[in-house]
Design a protein around this ligand. Structure first.
Ligand SMILES: Nc1nc2c(ncn2[C@@H]2O[C@H](COP(=O)(O)OP(=O)(O)O)[C@@H](O)[C@H]2O)c(=O)[nH]1
Ligand SMILES: [Mg+2]
Ligand SMILES: [Zn+2]
Length: 310
């Protein structure tokens, strides 16, 4: 059997079987199958091989597994299929993109946290989109400002409201056919959004899922199948992100809107802080790079500079 690990907890892996590998079920049956229903999930142990060769199954992994008890829906993961990608923070395999969610209002958007997240994803080579939720609670002017702040970054930005349904079709299109790691601080509407995005099955996630989700969402990532082929990774909410594994000199690379202007910097390796004839600062002065992005760059740069070297 083939399937996808949707969650790993304390040595157990919950595997959603690929309907196409399920005893010759046809295309139509595959489409009809709702993979996250608890009835269709297998609780698996991993075979000892993984411990020996040092690989550990991750949520998001496509695997081959053996059914050890069909009745109890138990199995054993035999093989991890080749990974397209693996995120380290959060630890998830086969993610196509990340979506960072903030509320446009209540709680007020924390753009510093947003930029930390975006930098971390750039560092890991994952493309990002931005969602400002609770549009119904925010002033037009605030939304325009948020949108302006990220225009030059190239990140897709969507404004949504679970309340009015605004922006949801656009968000769906962004997620369609891909595996998206969703992140954001708590209270911004992540759970509400994920629930409304599911094709009317949010209330059918089933016993195991319902019980364990409540208990574990804060510490474990979990894949949710929105539609066949479209997955959302609900990741633990965060309130602070520290940058790891980068030098201050690299930081500028993780602000994609800087690249266009760096050729205009007089000095190669320009940090875009106090150097004369800096293309990035020129773009900032003309409003082609947003002030909040640049300020967050300065803050992160200072943080990396002050970090104790070990
Ligand atoms: N007005 C408004 N409230 C929302 C919206 N989305 C979520 N909420 C509310 O915000 C609160 C937090 O939502 P929740 O989904 O639990 O956020 P999470 O912590 O990010 O998962 C709940 O009371 C939701 O009903 C929205 O678009 N508009
Ligand atoms: Mg939540
Ligand atoms: Zn410069």
């Amino acid at each position: 059997m083939r399937g996808r690990i949707i969650r790993g907890i304390a040595g157990f892996y919950y595997v959603s079987p690929d309907p196409a590998s399920d005893g010759g079920a046809g295309e139509a049956a595959a489409e009809a199958e709702i993979p996250q229903r608890s009835g269709a999930m297998y609780e698996c142990r991993a075979k000892g091989i993984f411990r020996k060769d040092g690989t550990k199954p991750l949520p998001g992994d496509y695997v081959e597994f053996d059914i050890t008890s069909g009745e109890d829906r138990e199995g054993s993961v035999r093989k991890i299929l080749p990974r397209r990608s693996a995120l380290i923070r959060p630890a998830v395999a086969n993610v196509d993109q990340a979506l960072v969610i903030m509320a446009a209002a209540s709680p007020r958007p924390n753009l510093n946290l947003m930029d930390r997240f975006l930098v971390t994803m750039e560092q890991q080579g994952v493309s990002c989109s931005i969602c400002f939720n609770k549009k119904d609670l925010a002033d037009e002017a605030v939304c325009r400002q948020l949108s302006d702040s990220y225009r030059s970054t190239g990140y897709p930005v969507v404004f949504t409201s679970v309340m009015t349904g605004e922006g949801l079709p656009e968000l769906r299109k962004l997620l369609d056919g891909r595996t998206t790691a969703v992140a954001g601080p708590s209270g911004v509407g992540k759970s509400s959004l994920i629930n409304t995005l599911q094709d009317g099955v949010s209330m059918q996630t089933g016993e195991i899922s319902r019980i364990e989700r409540g208990r574990h969402t804060t510490r474990h990532s979990e894949l949710i199948c929105v539609r066949p082929g479209t997955w959302i990774v609900d990741t633990p909410g965060f309130s602070f992100i520290e940058l790891y594994g980068m030098e201050k000199e690299e930081l500028g690379r993780f602000f994609p809107e800087f690249a266009k202007w760096e050729p205009e910097c007089r000095f190669t390796g320009c940090a875009h802080i106090s150097e004369p004839d800096c293309g990035v600062k020129g773009a900032l002065a003309r409003g082609e790079i947003s002030e909040s992005r640049y300020e967050n760059y300065l803050q992160l740069y200072a943080e990396l500079k002050d970090r104790r070297k070990y």
